[in-house]
Design a binder for this molecule. Sequence first.
Ligand code: PXP
Length: 262
Amino acid sequence: MATPPPLRLGVNVDHVATLRNARRGRNPDPVRAALLAIEAGADGITAHLREDRRHIRDDDMARLKAEISKPLNFEMAATEDMLRISLATKPHAVCLVPERREELTTEGGLDVVGQHNALAPFIARLNEAGIRVSLFIAADPRQIEMAAKLRAPVIEIHTGAWCDAVVDGHAAKADAEWHRIVAGAALARSVGLEVHAGHGLDYATAEKIAGLPVIAELNIGYYMIGEALFVGLAETVRAMRAAMDRGRGKAAGANHSLTGKA
Ligand code: PXP
């Protein structure tokens, strides 16, 4: 059996910034999370600079670019402001996503069929700057064919509807969404696109989609940041207990010297 091509893991650090912004401070730092993710085997880092800056901020993106040793995938809406920032940041890749202020997360794929006139010059400018463009779209044949016409080298298939159906136990819907992804990925490869996928993936859905050799990269964030709490919380409680014990130990030493007792 031929060895399938490698599958890259892009780790999305947006939700480390979500947590930091809850206190409007410096911790937890998404750049520190990115460095740790790379140390643990991530092939790249993804971050979404949203128009409302609800998680990643401009200085996070600049620091990610300056401090990480692996490719940075800059997710953004196709606006002039974002184009200016991305051209100045010079990430390895830009992933164009749809954005609505009121949404909780990126809910659907980009409508590249409806917006092709606006997207064409936008993609051309990123291509000229040597930034690899990826279009975050549904596994819909019309969208995939238009992505190829727009000369974007990469598409990222939105896996959110499939993942939601799997988690909610809607077997028929999950099956239909899965077949759309399989057919869409094959079509995209056949028209020369590199195929990525992401949104809502957990261990089970990542394992399943990793079985499609036409997919070159998965971008995953939310589930891993949530899991990291459980994997890391016990260790953090032990470290806090140890810090408190050290402090109390020092106070005990100081009391002894104050009272002159041995
Ligand atoms: N890929 C794209 C284009 C996204 O917008 C997102 C979410 O920001 C992801 C991947 C990661 O999705 P999740 O955080 O649900 O794993």
